[in-house]
Design a binder for this molecule. Structure first.
Ligand code: TXA
Ligand code: MG
Length: 320
């Protein structure tokens, strides 16, 4: 198992020697490596069993640093970065040659973001290189929102997990790209909700539901999947055709489902807040994988706030 601790110097030493460290962010834990070291990057892909066509996000400590690795910024990109970084937002920008092609899977744009976590920002500040950091889970599985989640699956493969506690937001960053006319497109719904983005830059197109979009291969239709079979829809209605309720798990939005044993249930947001649902979603999916059940029933949450991003993840968890 990996060591879990708050030793930034130790994390720095491992990274500088080409090793991997799991790092906390406000969204999910990342599997970090030196973004300028092709061998270290290769080891990130290997450790996650991630296909090489699925590019990585470069994490940086400041806009000035981000500018060192990117070529041109549209007005909207600058506006969003200034307003929301550090925060749950990733921007797709034309890369400079210094970023290895392995980071972007050969694409011209590199994904960049400044994460909002004290330990990780301090680590990024002390390093002289950016960090690539995909979510610290095996490819296709649910993203980790705590050090224990990381350790459960990747603990045997990495030396160190920087412990920032549980992630505040609990959903991956929102990914936005821009065309030549500075029209913005959301490629992944995430921790920064659409309304907040609209308030800053007006209309943005959303293509995050595409299942074969080369711009964001991580948005594959089936993703964020626990091992148990997931079905999404009205839970009570689905239960009508199920005989043995003891073999059913339930993730509901605000209220428990009476017919189901309590230990087989997680209520995402007793307070009715979609941000609470976002924060609890991934640990709920992981919990369901520890139960002896045949099927997991989930219901959509209200579309407001982070609800749309939560529903996106639930839909993908249920996709086969
Ligand atoms: O919140 C997050 O973004 C977390 C934390 C650790 O920062 N990271 C994360 O990374 O979710 P990952 O690798 O699990 O998801 C990154 C997504 C993938 O869907 C990938 O296809 C897309 O970003 N992506 C990365 N670079 C890209 C690029 N150059 N062009 C288009 N999509 C890109
Ligand atoms: Mg991921």
């Amino acid at each position: 198992m990996a060591e879990i601790g708050t030793d930034i110097q130790k994390a720095k030493d491992i990274i500088e020697n080409g090793g991997l460290v799991a790092i906390p962010t406000e969204t999910v834990y990342g599997l970090a490596a030196n973004a300028l070291n092709p061998e270290a990057i290769a080891s990130v892909y290997r450790t996650k069993s991630r296909p090489s066509f699925d590019p990585l996000i470069a994490h940086l400590p400041s806009i000035e640093q981000a500018e060192r690795y990117t070529l041109t910024w549209t007005q909207k990109a600058s506006k969003l970065a200034t307003k929301f970084w550090p925060g749950p937002l990733t921007l797709l920008l034309p890369k400079r040659d210094i970023i290895p092609d392995m980071v972007t899977s050969g694409l011209q744009n590199v994904a960049v973001r400044i994460p909002k976590n004290k330990l990780t920002l301090e680590l990024l500040d002390r390093l002289t290189v950016p960090l690539v950091a995909p979510s610290a889970n095996p490819f296709g599985y649910v993203s980790p929102t705590s050090p224990v989640h990381v350790n459960d699956q990747l603990g045997g493969k990495i030396p160190y997990i920087l412990d920032g506690g549980s992630c505040n937001i609990g959903l991956e960053s929102t990914i936005i790209g821009f065309d030549k006319k500075d029209n913005a497109t959301v490629y992944r719904l995430g921790g920064l909700d659409l309304k907040t983005i609209n308030n800053e830059i007006g209309y943005v197109k959303v293509t995050a539901h595409s299942s074969s979009n080369p711009k964001a291969p991580g948005m594959l239709k089936s993703h964020y999947s626990p091992s148990v079979t997931v079905r999404m829809g009205d839970i009570s209605q689905r239960l009508e055709s199920i005989e043995n309720v003891n073999r059913v798990g339930v993730i509901s939005f605000q209220k428990e489902i009476e017919a189901i044993p309590l230990k087989n249930q997680v209520v995402l947001a007793p307070d009715g807040d979609t941000s609470t649902a976002a924060k609890n979603l991934f640990s709920a999916l992981r919990y369901m994988d520890t139960l002896d059940i045949d099927i997991l029933l989930v219901e959509p949450v209200p579309d407001r706030g982070l609800g749309r991003a939560v529903n996106d993840r639930l839909t993908r968890a249920a996709a086969t």
